[in-house]
Ligand binder design. Structure first.
Ligand code: C2E
Ligand code: MG
Ligand code: MG
Ligand code: MG
Length: 284
């Protein structure tokens, strides 16, 4: 029986496997040209202080508007870019572009968060690309926070750590993204001084659905971060109930659709112009 089922599966699977491989090949072909064609752009999502609800940072999130495939989600092209190492030039572009945007158009108290893949971090000249992005843009290193996931420690942990320490020596901070979803060895929390732990959206959702486990985990992460001198950001907060729950758990910062979706750079600028006008009006 098992053999029969296996045989059937085999027949059903083959064509779709080929289709996937073919689709992937075409996507890769287009991805190779995306940067030079100017198809990459950045959206920015606000991160707010949990108490004051003031924007403390924007996370840069890359978008690909392909002439051949239309909008392709990062969930699809980032893994492909990582597999093909195209993430290295794409990541360098993201770093330069986001630093330039933050330095040129944002108030100086607002930081920028930039996601970095393991493949990028393990490049020997990673820190040099950060130095270059900072010096070209004139961005104060204190305003740059690099986001990495636990996956960086799965490979060359000491190389990854050194690269991040070089960035910290420049004055940048480092956040641990999607915390609790990867291979979580707590050992490296002892070795690397993250400024922020970002609690993954799955825990926020779980807690909102009254999952006692999710609540307990968020509580424990917040307590651990506090005693390590780190802050916490809750990811994926979608409504007021979730925001209220996160506040009661004493997360320091909140990110999610409830406070703002990822938006084009021009929308961010408009927001600052408007809030400036408001501040002036209040003072008058
Ligand atoms: P991430 O760094 O964890 O970014 C947060 C993701 O959650 C973003 O998805 C964001 O749009 C989404 N999100 C934010 N708030 C909410 C919410 O309230 N509800 C829901 N359902 N989702 C929310 P996005 O933009 O699709 O990016 C997905 C992932 O792709 C990112 O996850 C990050 O790992 C990766 N990525 C994005 N941009 C870059 C980049 O420039 N470089 C690298 N290496 N990776 C990137
Ligand atoms: Mg992130
Ligand atoms: Mg995240
Ligand atoms: Mg995530």
């Amino acid at each position: 029986r098992a053999k029969d089922a296996g045989g059937n599966e085999h027949c059903d699977y083959e064509p779709s496997l080929h289709a996937n491989a073919e689709e992937k090949r075409q996507l890769e072909f287009s991805l190779r040209k995306a940067l030079e064609r100017g198809e990459m752009l950045l959206h920015y999502q606000p991160v707010v202080d949990a108490k004051t609800e003031k924007v403390v940072s924007f996370e840069a999130l890359v978008r690909w508007n392909s002439s051949e495939h239309g909008f392709v989600s990062p969930g699809k092209f980032i893994p492909l870019a990582e597999d093909t190492r195209l993430i290295v030039p794409i990541g360098t572009w993201v770093m330069q572009e986001a630093c330039k945007e933050a330095a040129g158009n944002w108030p100086s108290h607002v930081k920028v968060n930039i996601n970095v893949s393991p493949e990028q971090l393990l490049e020997p000249d990673f820190a040099a690309t950060v130095v270059q992005a900072l010096s070209h843009s004139g961005l104060d290193p204190k305003r740059l926070e690099i986001e990495v996931t636990e996956s960086i420690f799965l490979r060359d942990a000491s190389v990854a750590r050194k690269a991040l320490e070089q960035c910290m020596a420049l004055g940048c901070s480092v956040a641990l993204d999607d915390f609790g979803t990867g291979y979580s060895s707590l050992g490296y929390l002892r070795k690397l001084k993250f400024s922020t732990i970002k609690v993954d959206r799955s825990f926020v959702q779980g807690a909102a659905q009254q999952s006692r486990e999710s609540l307990a985990i968020i509580r424990a992460v917040v307590a651990m971060a506090e005693s390590l001198g780190m802050t916490t950001t809750a990811e994926g907060v979608e409504n007021e109930e979730e925001a209220e729950m996160i506040r009661s758990l004493r997360c320091n910062k909140i990110q999610g659709y409830h406070f703002g979706r990822p938006m084009p750079a021009t929308d961010v600028r408009m927001l600052f112009v408007r809030s400036n006008a408001e501040a002036v009006r209040k003072r008058a």
